[in-house]
Ligand binder design. Sequence first.
Ligand code: ADP
Ligand code: ADP
Length: 228
Amino acid sequence: MINMKDVYKTYANGVSALNGIDIDIDQGEFVYVVGPSGAGKSTFIRLIYREVRPTTGTVIIDDTDLSTLKKRKVPFLRRNVGVIFQDFKLLPKLSVYENIAFALEVIEESPRNIRKRVMDVLELVGLKNKARFIPDELSGGEQQRVSIARAIVNYPKIVIADEPTGNLDPDTSWGIMRIFEEINAKGTTLVMATHNKEIVNTVKKRVIAIEDGLIFRDEHRGDYGYEA
Ligand code: ADP
Ligand code: ADP
């Protein structure tokens, strides 16, 4: 589902963020990406939805080679890859419903299908009763649940989360993890960069540790392995 071969990334300012990454992640896996700040985790994550392109090497997502993917095809990739950020990135003037429906309107779904799918994902994240609220009227955890609903409303094969619990308190973070496990249990591949030691050490999954732009450790049911 996600395959990287000999991937290097040097940014325009000369910083080498990734120095030869080889990885295979199968459909349905749940993977934590851990490592110190500046190690290259975000760069690794951003390669998967082609926010970043490798300087050399290949990135293949669901049989599509991103290094040769034409710019006009990127929206098709994004339908297969849902993305969740630490800071939610919701549109502040749109309601919860509209923030989620937006992702479907751009791909010309029928209004009836849009309504059904938005209400289905709101049910999954437990926010059906807040569909008309705007983001400012919600707590941080609720906003993150909206951003999860938005990421999964297209039924993507892959969900990417870059420090999704970074701004949330521990209780709220556990709630987010329960939703991720539910999404993963339906067969969605989940890749989550995180500094949350307690979650990684409790909800055991594959752990990929990146240090200095290299895969330093790759363990089935691994540990966080750093001080929190
Ligand atoms: P992490 O997510 O592990 O903190 P990043 O992938 O964000 O690591 O960063 C890896 C390295 O690349 C760091 O040295 C960082 O400063 C640098 N970097 C990240 N993004 C950019 C960018 N857009 N331009 C230049 N350098 C960057
Ligand atoms: P938390 O305990 O997660 O920090 P808050 O105290 O921010 O949550 O919010 C608690 C509840 O109050 C949430 O369900 C949220 O939707 C609601 N709420 C918070 N601020 C507003 C507001 N300005 N208008 C309407 N509802 C709000």
